[in-house]
Design a protein around this ligand. Structure first.
Ligand code: NAD
Length: 283
């Protein structure tokens, strides 16, 4: 019998914690502020940005939204980031990706001050994650770690397999599991014996972007299965894990929707609070 890891419940607990701390800071005259930049009209990005704004409002975090035209130039975008880097009331800056093709994403990420980089995409923050001494962690892998901790799932000594090697999910996910003393394997599109590798996993994280990719024959009896995937199929959200069959073998499993998804925004709020505390030298 599996236990469902409920992202709605766990993200609500994280948000409550953040809300209380934001209020405590406010009593000390310290505000917490997040700036979100969106360029162009991508509908999915608009939904994400709107959700981030709503989360800020609910938690007492000041949110500033900068909706720029699709035709915005690199110079204009970098100039805005420079202004926000210097703006004291803004503790965190997030530029919603992907950007329109004519803009240089790497240059934009590198322009955000590392201490305001609440997505943890800046090379300084990426390097810190590698070293295991970091303030910010990319929100999705951070959310997965929060879920494992909430459920009291031990990582040390466990065989952990992460499917996917993106900079946003797969790679930082693997590093976080490693820092908790998991024995970690990263699989990707060129992995030859994927099924056999996955069958060894005590903790299996799927971040592939293919609906129902992980099937029961890839999963060890009693494994913890974390589904990061968000795939839109006929207007429905489908994970990377074939939940219907994998749940029969898993000890713990996350659903889609209502699993890792809600955690991502909660961890963004957490990172914004961390930024405000650091910038105001509050422990
Ligand atoms: P990505 O496309 O950057 O990376 C996908 C990875 O999957 C790649 O590293 C690739 O090597 C690997 N892959 C592709 N085909 C494979 C195969 N046949 N076998 C093994 N590996 C294969 O995607 P991403 O940004 O890492 O996102 C992954 C998924 O997670 C997507 O569905 C995305 O929507 C979702 N996502 C969810 C959240 C959330 O908040 N829950 C946040 C970010 C991403």
């Amino acid at each position: 019998m599996y236990k469902l890891i409920d992202g709605k419940v766990i993200s609500a607990a994280v948000k409550e914690r953040v809300k209380a701390e934001v209020a405590t800071l406010k009593e000390q005259g310290i505000t917490t502020g997040l700036a979100v930049i969106i360029v162009g009209e991508d509908p999915a990005s608009k939904v994400y940005v709107n959700n981030k704004k709503k989360a800020c409002e609910a938690l007492g975090i000041i949110s500033e939204e900068y909706a720029l035209l699709e035709t915005t130039t690199q110079e204009e975008l970098l100039s805005l980031i420079d202004t926000l880097n210097k703006k004291e009331s803004i503790n965190g800056i997030l530029c919603q990706l992907p950007l329109p093709k004519h803009l240089d994403e790497t240059a934009v990420i590198n322009a955000i001050l590392p201490e305001k980089d609440v997505d943890a995409f800046h090379p300084i923050n990426v390097g810190k994650i590698m070293q295991g001494d970091f303030d910010f962690v990319p929100c999705t892998p951070a959310g997965v770690m929060e879920m494992l901790a909430f459920e009291g799932i031990e990582i040390a000594g466990k065989t952990c397999v992460v499917i996917g090697r993106s900079n946003i999910v797969g790679k930082p996910m693997a590093m976080l599991l490693l820092h908790k003393n998991g024995t970690v394997t990263i699989c990707h599109s060129r992995t030859k014996n994927l099924k056999e590798v996955c069958q060894n996993a005590d903790i299996l994280v799927a971040a592939v972007g293919r609906p129902n990719f992980v099937t029961a024959d890839m999963v060890k009896e009693g494994a913890v299965v974390i589904d990061v995937g968000i795939n839109r199929v006929d207007g429905k959200l489908i994970g990377d894990v074939n939940f219907g069959e994998v749940c029969e073998k898993a000890s713990y499993i996350t659903p889609v929707p209502g699993g890792v998804g809600p955690m991502t925004i909660a961890m963004l709020m957490q990172n914004t609070l961390t930024a405000a505390k650091k910038q105001n030298k509050v422990n």
